[in-house]
Design a protein around this ligand. Structure first.
Ligand SMILES: *[C@@H]1O[C@H](CO)[C@@H](O)[C@H](O)[C@H]1NC(C)=O
Length: 433
């Protein structure tokens, strides 16, 4: 088991070495009519630097019209118009459309094997760099290096897309918040040290990993912003992401089972949930690395995205089972062991937790994705902020509800409360019938 993890882990690190926002791709004997490369949000001082080398065409006859082969920039809306034009037979090649911004056609190549081009983009929008090859049966091989950036006020290059350029600051701010929370948590553990359980140290570990993860993400993004490549920080970022993902899901399972604060051991079926969730998290993290590194037009991107979504959904569902089992057990205990009030309190707590976990999962998966899709490229950071705020709320809720208590409210109940609780439970049963 351990060696498998280790091997997967080194794969994770190997994969992430290729990280860069300046993208290099190899095209080999390719006759696809359209090859999209990368997408970027330009401000009105945008630049595209294109270096293409080792160009080889399968057909070198001089009567080929190479103005039908080349690179261009295009927004999503104008791409729709181009497709319409082609459908209406107004044009035969996307490169001939007036809705695109031609960057370089192979007509200017004059049998050279490489070219460098700089394109200045002054119309702010989100563009995709596309290679079009409108000649049938012409196969193209080449190495493409593309760098897209915006110039800031002082003329420095900013390699982060227009809507993402403030992300380093956002991540840094959130990491400060988590470090503060971790400090507060340590203080609380110290003050209530007589009623601290194992789970509370686990929660501390999750908090610190989350803070470190955000710090690395901030540093990673800020390095990309300055240089266009990720250089090492991304490896740290992926390592902490991986640890954070595993510990967070384990924590939800452990709290759901009531481990250490309700009972000192895990049942077999609860251990099984952990044994499913942890390996799946490994897969999810590998998928995430591949998704990030290849970009939306990379080969197999869609496959990995689907793997990631599938695994994520399975993990999210799996962590709910232990909470449901706990709720069921507590309901049964409340009826049989005569301590209705104690059990009802716990039951309420677990029900709340169940709902909050579902809200957290729903918000960070569905709502954030929807925001990402509908917001303009200039405000892409808002979906990140929304996701991080939801996560923060979830962490704070979990901390408040399961913090160590000086006197444990779950175990000290007087007779009056006991009667009231028994009554409430009876009512609830009638209600459900
Ligand atoms: C790419 O092309 C630009 C523009 O000619 C040039 O300034 C730059 O040095 C080239 N980069 C590489 C890596 O060749």
């Amino acid at each position: 088991m351990a060696t498998t993890y280790l091997r997967l882990f080194s794969l994770l690190i190997l994969l992430s070495v290729a990280a860069a926002d300046i993208r290099s791709s190899e095209v080999r004997s390719d006759d696809r009519p359209i090859i999209p490369f990368d997408e970027f949000g330009f401000t009105h001082r945008g630049r595209l630097e294109l270096n293409v080398s080792q160009i080889a065409l399968s057909n070198t006859s001089p009567d080929l019209d190479l103005s039908n082969v080349g690179f261009f920039l295009c927004t999503r809306e104008s791409w729709m118009q181009v497709l319409q034009q082609i459908e209406d037979a107004e044009i035969t090649c996307a490169l001939k459309s007036d809705h695109i911004k031609p960057v370089y056609t192979f007509q200017s190549l004059n049998n050279a094997q490489r070219f460098d081009a700089v394109y200045q983009q002054s119309e702010a929008d989100q563009y995709t760099l596309v290679f079009a090859n409108c000649l049938q049966q012409l196969k193209v091989s080449m190495n493409v290096r593309s760098a897209m950036y915006n110039l800031d006020k002082s003329g420095r290059r900013d390699y982060l897309s227009a809507g993402k350029t403030i992300l380093p600051r956002v991540y840094f701010l959130f990491s400060l918040i988590y470090f503060t929370l971790a400090g507060a948590w340590i203080y609380l553990l110290y003050k209530k040290r007589l009623t601290v359980y194992g789970i509370h140290f686990f929660m501390l570990a999750v908090l610190i990993l989350k803070a470190l993860n955000l710090l690395c993400e901030a540093e990673d993004k800020s390095y990309i912003k300055r240089t266009g490549s990720a250089h090492g920080w991304d490896v740290l970022f992926y390592i902490f992401s991986f640890l954070k993902g595993i510990t967070l899901f384990s924590l939800i399972v452990l709290i759901g089972t009531g481990w250490s604060f309700l009972k000192p051991y895990l049942q077999d079926k609860e251990k099984k949930v952990l044994m499913i969730v942890i390996p799946l998290q490994v897969v999810a993290n590998i998928a995430q690395v591949v998704i990030d590194e290849t970009g939306p037009y990379g080969q197999d991107w869609v496959t990995w995205k689907q793997i990631f979504l599938l695994v994520d959904v399975v993990c999210c569902c799996a962590v709910l089972f232990p909470i449901v089992w706990s709720i069921k057990n507590l309901r049964e205990a409340a009826r049989t062991d005569g301590k209705a009030a104690v059990n009802l309190l716990k039951l309420t707590l677990f029900r709340q937790y169940y709902i909050v976990v579902i809200c957290y999962i729903y918000f960070t998966r569905v709502v954030v994705y929807a925001l990402e899709t509908i917001t303009s490229y200039r405000y892409l950071w808002t979906s990140v902020v929304a996701g991080e705020l939801a996560t923060l709320a979830f962490y704070v809720f979990t901390g408040l509800k399961f913090k160590p208590e000086a006197h444990n409210p779950y175990f000290v109940v007087d007779d009056e409360e006991e009667e009231a609780a028994a009554e409430a439970l009876k009512l609830e049963d009638e209600f459900e019938l």
